[in-house]
Design a protein around this ligand. Structure first.
Ligand code: GDP
Ligand code: MG
Ligand code: ZN
Length: 297
């Protein structure tokens, strides 16, 4: 009989699923065309005389975090999310343009971006980071964190409890360390089979862990140069809240805020009402989206 389950890990071909009873089993998918990702809700059934289960259907996704691959097609990173935890750190130095792009993706999906600034133990406490101040001013949640000196866990947990969260950011910023910090210790895991199965798969693409306080954390593989997959360049402004706020006053309703006359966004940039770096970031997303859409056709 088929049962409802959630994808909690994907390897090259196979996956691990969590049944509603909280039991975790290994599974493979029927047909090569359907591709499931962490967070997907599926139907699955046991296979006679086998340890594996068979995934028979992927339910419609509430949302999905995507990016375009090199040939311009959309690749799904994870599905059915409530928040994107964007990790930056003192070292490696943050690429704020990448942070803006993750924020852009989250805003368009209507899910919460949470900015975590890790390794603050390496920093003089009084140093203020302009970009973080700007994010706070725009109303985003910013958490100063240190895995090493145990800072920020309580605040971050209060923001992510009961949600399905994906943790993203440059390689080496401390994503896995932060997840470990926040997780159930293995003895407290409810149900589920032992961890022994995990070691057999060398190429883990993505894995979802359960939080003690309720909710989930998805550890994603380091995506080096993230870019949201947008339908059109015009969609980009929906991912930059201050730009969409001013855009209602532009002369043209289809203004892209690049070279158009009587553009309220450009005026706001000149008057320092919009941060210049954020505007640059927006323009890069518009230009990259135009380039990628040319590749597609
Ligand atoms: N000083 C310091 N080092 C950290 C902190 N968090 C993580 N690291 C170190 O940063 C490196 C990368 O961490 P990791 O969790 O693997 O990063 P990931 O690639 O984003 O998953 C490791 O050597 C960690 O020990 C922190 O808060 N302070
Ligand atoms: Mg990692
Ligand atoms: Zn404009």
């Amino acid at each position: 009989m088929s049962k409802i389950a959630t994808i909690i890990a994907t390897y090259s071909r196979r996956m691990r699923i969590r049944l509603e009873s909280n039991i975790e089993v290994e599974a493979r998918i029927k047909g090569k065309k359907i591709k499931a990702v962490c967070g997907d809700v599926v139907t699955a059934e046991p296979i006679k005389d086998e340890k594996d289960w068979l995934i028979t259907e992927i339910m419609e996704r509430r949302n999905a975090l995507t990016r375009p691959n090199k040939s311009g097609q959309t690749e799904v990173l994870a599905a059915n999310l409530d928040a994107v935890i964007i990790v930056t750190s003192v070292s490696p130095i943050p690429d704020w343009y990448i942070v803006d792009r993750y924020i852009c993706a989250a805003e368009i999906l209507g899910i919460q971006p949470i900015i975590v600034f890790n390794k603050t133990d390496l920093l003089d406490e009084n140093i203020k980071i302009d970009e973080l101040l700007e994010y706070k001013r725009l109303g985003f949640s910013v958490v100063n964190f240190s895995v090493k000196s145990k800072k920020g866990s309580k605040k971050l947990l209060s923001l992510i409890s009961e949600k399905c969260n994906i943790v993203v950011g440059q390689s080496g910023v401390g994503k896995s360390s932060i997840i470990n910090k926040l997780l159930y210790s293995s003895e407290q895991r409810v149900g589920g089979i032992s961890k022994s199965g995990e070691g057999r798969h060398t190429t883990v693409n993505s894995v979802m862990k359960s939080l003690k306080s309720g909710g989930y954390l998805i550890d994603s593989p380091g995506v080096r140069d993230y870019m949201p997959a947008l339908a059109t360049p015009a969609e980009a402004q929906r991912g930059f809240r201050e730009i969409s706020e001013f855009s209602q006053f532009c002369r043209f309703s289809n203004c892209l805020h690049l070279r158009e006359p009587k553009c309220a966004v450009k005026k706001a940039v000149e008057e320092n009402l919009i941060d210049y770096r954020r505007y640059e970031s927006y323009k890069r997303v518009v230009n990259l989206t135009s380039k990628l859409s040319q590749k597609k056709y």
